[in-house]
Ligand binder design. Structure first.
Ligand code: NAP
Length: 278
């Protein structure tokens, strides 16, 4: 990598930050498109977030990504919040505008839908009921995405039923909360099943979910991407359901930020997937 004095700058703030795959991902695109630019990991303590974000325009940064634990806190710090980030209740992408103001966006909803469409061309939320397992931060982004995409019904199954009920109260009558013991029945006539819990991640037990009621045409998506094929995806593949892994969402959600900071619309390719996995 060779930079000039005019190099464009962006990065990712988190605490800790060492596990983030974003530097590898954006770094690959910077090299691929021969851009005079850098994307750096920034370990920022929670109490320092406001000062770190305010430093972005001073240091000439075009913006940054935010990861755990900063996504919600940033909402109260930035100067403008786009409507999608406001609805999700979290910011994962900051763009420094021409006037030096900080604009907060959220690209997870975009990344989720773009990944499904890339894996299953022509896919639309209108196809039928969606079932989300989990009611945490990522479930919020997926609800916003699926409502926008025309899903007729979104069943939210969560270990803690109250959290699913709170999402229904917030997002309206198309959200149907379901208890953990009902999770098998909730799959009947679904067009899409998504695991948004941490179950199935490396170091966590697999998600326990009987799939017998799930139609064979239903797409099964796990947003967990380490491992790439979770026990849920393996079981779905064995019974004949189309499956979509979680790495694609991570790659696609990065595209709008890269385009805003570096001025190139980057592509998600097999080579990029391989590089980020390596
Ligand atoms: N592919 C991507 O781009 C992408 C993007 C974002 C997140 N992710 C992944 O998505 C996962 C969730 O992230 P998040 O930010 O939504 O987390 P979160 O806000 O902490 O929510 C965690 C969810 O997991 C459930 N859960 C935790 N332990 C459980 C257990 N033992 N049994 C059943 N449910 C359990 C929680 O249920 P309770 O409410 O009952 O606690 C909650 O619904 C993580 O693995 C993350 O890496 C991937």
């Amino acid at each position: 990598m060779s930079l000039t004095g005019k190099a464009l700058k962006a990065g990712v703030m988190g605490w800790p930050i060492g596990h983030s795959r974003s530097p590898a991902l954006h770094g690959w695109w910077l090299a691929q498109y021969r851009i005079d630019g850098a994307y750096v990991p920034m370990a920022v303590r929670p109490g320092d977030l406001a000062a770190a974000l305010r430093a972005l325009p001073i240091l000439g940064f075009a913006g940054c990504n935010l990861t755990i634990p900063h996504k919600e806190a940033a909402l109260a710090i930035v100067d403008r919040v786009d409507p999608v980030a406001r609805r999700i209740g979290a910011v994962n992408t900051i763009v420094v505008d021409g006037d030096g103001a900080l604009e907060g966006r959220n690209t997870d909803a975009y990344g989720f839908i773009a990944n499904l469409r890339a894996a299953q061309p022509g896919w639309s939320g209108r196809r039928g009921p969606a079932v989300l397992i989990g009611a945490g931060g990522s479930a919020r982004a997926l609800i916003v995405a699926l409502l926008e995409d025309g899903a007729p019904e979104i069943r939210v199954v969560n270990r803690t039923l109250e959290r699913a009920e709170a999402l229904a109260a917030e997002f309206g009558k198309l959200i149907r909360p379901a208890s953990w013991t009902e999770r098998g029945e909730a799959l009947g006539d679904a067009a899409l099943l998504v695991n948004t819990t941490s179950q199935g991640m490396t170091g966590e037990p697999p998600l326990e979910l009987p799939l017998d009621r799930l139609p064979l045409a239903a797409i099964v998506n796990d947003i967990v991407y380490a491992p790439l094929e979770t026990a849920l995806l393996a079981a779905a593949r064995r019974r004949g359901n189309p499956t979509v892994d979680g790495l694609g969402m991570l790659l696609h959600q990065a595209r709008p930020g890269f385009a805003a900071w570096f001025g190139v619309e980057p592509e998600v390719t097999a080579e990029l997937r391989a590089a980020v996995l390596a």
